[in-house]
Design a protein around this ligand. Structure first.
Ligand code: CTP
Ligand code: CA
Length: 225
């Protein structure tokens, strides 16, 4: 049950969360996307609301219900997600759990591409904006606590440390999404927390709801009073 407004350890705080995939149109009926159920991001938004925060959840296309007590803005593309995140600032804490498509088709067409004698179309890609890096590197309205995720299939710690340095966030929640880990689409998650100093904290495999509650508890401490 959501707490009474004004109660809870995060009362008075604004927490911004991204969740789910983005869809990048090829034509009106096709898109490219990452695999993401949105379960972990939505659970974080729900846990923050339970802790009393005002929560804005910017979600890509997912088949999950809106968490209770959370303001949800649904978007399709990475560019729309960035614009919506920017419009939702300022925030005290920002958690970027979305699996943003790194690239989008350079020239989405207004008409459906038809099969033809010339064979498959080539799809030129351009890079999407990096929402986490953009917000982490803001000079105005940077949230005091910016948290990224890193889904990796190999050399998890090494890649996560590189991401925290490259993007400028304060904390990375890294997880191993290699085949057989059971993380993608599942209800459980095995995460590592990596700080700016490179320190690694390994959490046991937990329900995504429990990962969310522990993460919100940690962020409450880090955000201070
Ligand atoms: N992210 C983002 N915008 C993007 C790409 C990633 O906000 N265009 C965020 C994700 O939400 C996540 C973090 O950056 O919090 C790391 O995403 P990830 O895909 O692991 O990192 P990339 O920098 O895209 O590197 P790569 O996919 O090559 O591993
Ligand atoms: Ca990526």
């Amino acid at each position: 049950l959501a707490r009474r407004r004004g109660a809870g350890p995060l009362a008075g705080r604004h927490l911004l969360v991204t969740s789910g995939p983005t869809h990048e149109p090829i034509d009106p009926v096709r898109y490219i996307a990452n695999r993401s159920s949105g379960k972990q991001g939505h659970a974080i938004a729900a846990a923050a609301a339970e802790a009393g925060a005002r929560v804005t959840l910017v979600s890509g296309p997912v088949s999950l219900p809106d968490p209770p007590g959370v303001t949800v803005v649904r978007v399709e593309t990475a560019r729309a997600m960035l614009a919506t995140v920017e419009a939702a600032l300022p925030a005290d804490i920002a958690v970027f759990a979305a699996a943003v498509a790194d690239w989008r088709p350079a020239n989405a067409t207004d008409e459906k591409i038809k099969k033809g004698p010339d064979g498959p179309p080539g799809i030129a890609l351009v890079e999407n904006p990096d929402i986490l890096a953009t917000v982490s590197q803001k000079t105005v309205n940077r949230p005091p606590l910016v948290v990224g995720f890193a889904a990796e299939t190999h050399r998890v710690v090494e890649h996560a440390r590189a991401k925290i340095a490259r993007k400028g966030c304060d904390l990375i929640v890294a997880n191993d999404v290699s085949a057989g880990s059971g993380v993608m689409g599942g209800d459980r998650n095995t995460v590592l927390l990596i700080g700016r100093d490179g320190a690694v904290e390994t959490w046991p495999t937990l329900d995504k709801d429990e990962v969310a509650r522990r993460l919100v508890a940690r962020l409450t401490v880090l955000a201070g009073t």
